[in-house]
Design a protein around this ligand. Structure first.
Ligand SMILES: *Cc1c(COP(=O)(O)O)cnc(C)c1O
Length: 479
């Protein structure tokens, strides 16, 4: 399998080559040159694999269609090492919880940091260690986080050979739980840097370092952000596992299943798109946004309009507070019949010049809903509180704020006879303040997380100045 860039001007590469790379050299995102199609017999076989051998072996089946430069035995070992009940809490790894007939939550948040990003990041940690070992190379991961990404990356990379993590976050602005989670990691290869500033200041520092090509090369700087194809690929697997569970109940309907996905950078729902392109019988793919409704606006109107930084404020589902949806370009590439030149024109020239592009007149946009199953909706703070209260009142289940956005929008698209699976992207304890606001009581703390705030911490506070982080990296990195 070879990978192409969405902007059409980069060499085709194999999986392990793009694994450690971020953007393609032409500024595009990598995608496989085609999506392998799964026939009915294979789907049946994979169902048996999931139900008998388990999630790790299902992951191997999916991944091996896209990865042909890692020996199959090694890949299987990595999958089995990654997706264990010990790490993800249950033998099913991603169990469904039934709320009512035809409406489910899919638990993706029982990994080490209690958010769905563990699903992909834990695999990425093992892939990185494997590939770096094979090449005898080192990698220094530099990132900026407002919460979930940074902690998932650190828990995935802790103790991994050849990898160091330098993670910047806005000092004092993450939830107390998130701060405790990250800063209590004392591993030698993990570096927490609390920047005096906001998230954008952290991102600017990371960008400044990445733009210094000589520094970047000397210190082998890499990233783990959501445009990494390996992360997206790992996420494809749980759509299959969710489908197998939802399509066997009494309310299974005609064999199709819909998914509602709390969305920010479009990584998670793009994995659903890939699963659907492979032939998984997904009916609707519901993109649920919060107040940052870039995606909802596109699916409603055909206009993709990037927001200004000043319009990107913090909401009570903060992991979806985005000004642009980084992975959206992948879907546009497919929508435009994989015309890289046209994608380049939209994302480079039109977005650059006017801050938006408009596909509403395009025949492909008009048929996008029928062709790709995409629908969308938007949720606000008031919706979130209402959905959390309603779900607790009716089912005794406490959901987190992002999952509440997904459930609120899912209810707008319920269709009798087709199960709807809402992806649970975090556990409520991560966003306890809003749960208390909604229910007047704090969420439960899962076992193993008691007293975390009192643990010793390792964090360096730093002014928002790129030269300071460069000096810090130079001091702590292996060149
Ligand atoms: C990252 C994240 C999202 C958004 O996922 P995307 O892949 O960026 O669309 C939603 N919910 C939670 C809890 C997250 O951490």
């Amino acid at each position: 399998m070879l990978y192409v860039s969405t902007r059409g001007h980069a060499d085709r590469k194999r999986f392990c080559e793009i694994l450690l790379e971020g953007l393609a050299p032409d500024g595009g995102l990598y995608l496989p040159e085609h999506y392998p199609r799964i026939d009915a017999a294979t789907l049946t076989r994979w169902r048996v694999v999931y139900e008998t051998a388990g999630y790790a072996d299902l992951a191997f089946e999916v991944l091996s269609l896209y990865i042909d430069d890692i020996p199959a035995d090694d890949l299987r070992v990595m999958c089995r090492k990654t997706y264990t009940a010990a790490v993800f809490g249950t033998p099913e790894i991603v169990p469904l919880k039934k709320l009512e007939a035809g409406l489910y939550l899919q638990a993706l948040s029982n990994g080490p940091t209690l958010a769905f990003k563990d699903m992909a990041m834990q695999l990425l940690g093992n892939l990185f260690e494997y590939e770096l070992g094979r090449r005898s190379e080192q990698l220094n991961i530099l990132g900026a986080t407002s919460g979930d990404t940074g902690s998932a990356a650190e828990y995935a990379m802790r103790g991994k050979k050849g990898v160091r993590v330098f993670m910047t976050s806005p000092n004092g602005r993450m939830s107390p739980f998130q701060q405790a989670q990250m800063f209590s990691l004392l591993d030698e290869n993990i570096h927490n840097i609390a920047v005096d500033g906001v998230f954008d200041d952290c991102q600017d520092m990371v960008k400044a370092v990445s733009n210094d090509l000589a520094f970047k090369r000397q210190y082998k700087i890499g990233t783990v952000n959501s445009i990494n194809w390996a992360r997206l690929l790992a996420q494809v697997v749980y759509y299959f596992a969710g489908y197998f569970q939802a399509s066997r109940g009494a309310d299974a309907g005609g064999g199709r299943v819909s998914f509602s996905v709390p969305s920010g950078n479009f990584g998670n729902v793009c994995a659903g798109h890939v699963a659907r392109m492979m032939g998984l019988p997904i009916d609707q793919l519901v993109g649920a946004t919060n107040e940052h409704d870039v995606l909802d606006e596109f699916f409603r109107t055909g206009v993709y309009r990037v927001r200004a930084g000043a319009d990107t404020h913090e909401t009570s589902s903060p992991s979806m507070d985005i000004s642009k949806a980084s992975n959206f370009e992948r879907f546009v590439f497919d929508l435009l019949g994989r015309d890289g030149q046209q994608v380049k024109d939209l994302f480079e020239r039109q977005l650059g010049a006017q801050g938006f592009f408009d596909l509403s007149a395009l025949p492909a946009f008009k048929t996008a809903r029928a062709q790709y199953g995409f629908v969308s909706g938007r949720s606000t703070h008031a919706d979130r509180l209402q959905t959390i209260r309603d779900t607790f009142g009716r089912f005794g289940v406490i959901i987190d704020t992002h999952t509440a956005d997904g459930l609120k929008v899912a209810r707008e698209y319920l269709s009798a006879g087709t199960p709807m699976v809402v992806l649970e992207t975090a556990l409520p304890i991560k966003f306890a303040a809003t749960i208390e606001e909604a229910l007047g009581r704090p969420p439960e703390r899962p076992p193993g997380f008691e007293g975390m705030e009192a643990l010793p911490r390792k964090v360096t506070v730093m002014a928002a100045d790129a030269s300071l982080i460069k000096a810090y990296i130079a001091q702590h990195a292996a060149a």
